[in-house]
Design a protein around this ligand. Structure first.
Ligand code: ADP
Ligand code: MG
Length: 267
């Protein structure tokens, strides 16, 4: 059965696109058939960050009725299927946001997980993703304006019949994470399902046109995202197990060799 997650925030710039791309990639890496759609049709970013900005067909053309959904699906990292939005203003003007619901219901037939990168604010194209998702995930920064906007988005989600699973706090200073987490749970009235630290590697990966979990899998932000994705997929996240399995042959071989040597020395 498909599970649809909408990544929303209210305020722009909280990390929705970063979370969407990396969660989607991680779910794909875990072997789940995962689709990622850029429903932020006004301020599309996914194409830019994944190096898909020059593709001929985007969600704009699909929403304009010019192309089929199949023509706008591209291969992303780790087998993730990506439907980017276009970056041209003209394309945006021609896109009909009323068609988003049909596009989403067509895509959900094909996958196990559908991740929707939602636009900021309260627009027509932003409300549909809140309503059609099985679960809405709020991305919040540890600052008052972001928390207030997330609260508005939570209320809006409930008004349109959607459900909020919880909040991800992004760009957290690790020393304050526990206090801020409790505060956000209290103000928003939802569970905090993940805490992603402020991590320079997020920007470095974006500049290299790659999800941070692919480019820098051991970075603090990547580990946090891996844990959230594992929880969503119902898989127990084991940092150490993950590390061992990702080690190359040479590393494992030299470790085994070293172990044998030191065992002998002990005798
Ligand atoms: P949104 O989609 O909500 O507008 P983005 O995902 O585009 O937000 O993130 C906004 C900016 O913040 C980007 O430049 C991104 O690289 C940066 N960013 C996001 N999360 C982190 C993080 N955990 N650490 C450092 N920079 C981050
Ligand atoms: Mg975005």
């Amino acid at each position: 059965m498909v599970k649809i997650y909408t990544i929303a925030s209210g305020k722009g710039g909280t990390g929705k696109t970063t979370v969407s791309i990396n969660l989607g990639t991680m779910l794909a890496k875990l072997g789940k058939e995962t689709y990622l759609i850029d429903a932020d049709i006004g301020m599309a970013n996914i194409g830019l960050i994944l190096g898909l900005e020059d593709v001929p067909v985007t969600l704009h053309e699909i929403l304009a009725g010019k192309n089929t959904i199949d023509e706008g699906i591209y291969n992303g990292p780790a087998g993730l299927k990506v439907i980017p939005s276009g970056i041209s203003l003209q394309g945006f003007q021609q896109a009909d946001p009323d068609k988003i619901r049909d596009v989403l219901s067509e895509i959900e037939k094909r996958c196990e997980f559908l991740i929707i990168d939602a636009p900021a604010g309260i627009s027509k194209d932003g409300v549909v993703p809140l309503a059609v998702a099985d679960e809405v995930i709020l991305v919040v920064n540890p600052e008052l304006p972001s928390i207030v906007d997330a609260l508005k988005t939570k209320i809006l989600t409930e008004v349109v019949g959607g459900h909020v699973l919880g909040a991800i706090i992004n760009r957290v200073d690790q020393d304050t994470s526990e206090i801020i987490s409790k505060k956000i749970e209290k103000v928003l009235g939802v569970k905090v399902i993940g805490i992603i630290p402020e991590d320079i590697n997020v920007r470095r990966a974006a500049a290299a046109r790659s999800p941070v979990i692919v480019k820098f899998p051991d970075s603090p932000a990547s580990k946090a995202i891996q844990k959230i994705a594992s929880d969503l997929a119902g898989i127990t996240y084991k940092e150490e197990a993950e590390k061992v399995s990702s080690e190359g042959f040479v590393e494992r071989f030299s470790k085994a060799l070293f172990k044998k040597k030191s065992d002998k020395e002990r005798h």
